[in-house]
Write a protein that binds this ligand. Structure first.
Ligand code: ADP
Ligand code: MG
Length: 366
């Protein structure tokens, strides 16, 4: 069941220069019940504007927003105002109110409804317990840590039991450790309560961790949409491959095409590629980008059994705990390799470098 649908959504703003520019430029997207879609993209690509259009805080200049089976916004107007949409909202700028206790903050969305005081007490108490801040109900936000304040915001957002929640970088103002806890908390709530919605972030790791589907945005458009595994494993462009995770990329020219297998000539030497749908569509002589994730590369004896093996030299090793990052020179190419942190490599050491044919991606230049 589709709960929110964007159809060719567009939002143009007038610049100080008098020119009009599209912050959102034809976004179409269906959000299903219980599904969390992450809008991922760099700053200024139109994520917040898209979310504000969904919320009813911004009127689109083209296209429409459909919710509950009817058009709620279009260029003709905001048909259903934000407060009537029953969407939960957890925005970065939508902070908790400092002059109200935790209880007051969380009870606020219920006050506008015709609910008895006893019911409000009971409902707020339950939600505060749910997000683990029952003991803070009489505190004021200024006495709380950033992470606790965001728990208050989460409780306030959940209290009216919305089916759809709109999140705009809700974790960007808390430090790394708390961010991970809160992310896990949001996921746990999602499973428990069953809400879905749209989650905006510029943080690719957060997107991969929290999304059912990720929509990658660039300059007001969605350039790819898919599950986190699809986006990471099968990026449809160099832009997406580069934006989500790290890559090694090489220019190549297809030299041999066979069923399900191609050979690409690169500065590393020949690279054999299989298992990528694109190989069936390539012809000899065609230019392609060869994309290899750092964790797909093997070093030492493990590399010898793979279809693609070269000799390389360790240029640099960076130990980061659970994993290591190594720079390996193959000829005059430098490759990034992600290794198991337990293994140590000596700089200057000579060794085999390999990648399996089905771990290489090919992308077409445009
Ligand atoms: P993001 O959330 O991805 O960082 P935004 O949706 O906030 O991006 O902004 C997208 C573009 O629209 C930016 O170029 C921004 O400057 C512009 N923009 C956003 N809001 C307004 C506004 N109210 N007036 C004019 N330009 C705006
Ligand atoms: Mg934003």
């Amino acid at each position: 069941r589709v709960v929110v649908s964007l159809r060719g959504l567009q939002k143009r703003f007038k610049r100080a220069s008098g020119e009009w520019t599209a912050a959102v430029d034809g976004v179409s997207l269906d959000i299903h019940s219980g599904e969390l879609v992450v809008l991922l993209g760099s700053s200024g690509c139109g994520k917040t504007t898209t979310l504000r259009c969904i919320a009813g805080l911004e009127q689109p200049t083209g296209g429409e927003v459909v919710a509950g089976g009817r058009v709620v916004s279009s260029s003709a107007g905001i048909v259903v105002p934000p407060e009537k949409r029953n969407f939960g909202m957890m925005f970065q700028s939508y902070a908790v109110w400092p002059h109200m206790s935790v209880f007051g903050n969380v009870a606020y969305p219920l006050k506008a409804r015709k609910i008895s005081k006893a019911q409000i007490e009971q409902r707020v108490g339950a939600v505060l317990d749910l997000v683990g801040i029952g003991h803070l109900r009489d505190e004021y936000p200024s006495q709380l840590s950033g992470g606790q304040q965001q728990r208050v915001a989460l409780a306030r957002c959940l209290v009216a039991d919305p089916q759809v929640i709109l999140f705009d970088e809700p974790l960007s103002n808390v430090d790394a450790k708390v961010r991970e806890d809160l992310r896990a908390e949001i996921l746990a709530m999602k499973t428990r309560i069953g809400f879905g919605g749209v989650y905006v972030t510029h943080d690719q790791e957060e997107a991969l961790a929290i999304a059912d589907r990720i929509a990658i945005m660039d300059a007001g458009r969605i350039v790819q949409i898919g599950t986190p595994r699809e986006i990471y494993g099968r990026p449809n462009s160099l832009f997406v491959a580069n934006f989500v995770g790290t890559i090694n990329r090489l220019k190549g020219t297809v030299t041999i095409t066979e069923r399900g297998r191609v050979v690409v000539s690169t500065l590393l030497g020949d690279v054999v590629v299989t298992g990528d749908g694109i190989v069936e569509r390539l012809i000899a002589g065609q230019d392609v980008w060869v994309v290899i994730r750092p964790e797909a590369i093997r070093l030492g004896d493990e590399a010898l059994a793979l279809e693609n093996t070269w000799r390389g030299r360790i240029d640099q090793e960076t130990f980061t705990g659970a994993s290591g990052h190594v720079r390996v020179a193959v000829g005059d190419q430098s490759l990034r390799v992600r290794t198991d942190g337990g293994r140590q490599f000596d700089t200057g050491g000579d060794l085999a470098v390999g990648v399996a044919a089905d771990r290489v991606r090919l992308l077409l230049p445009h």
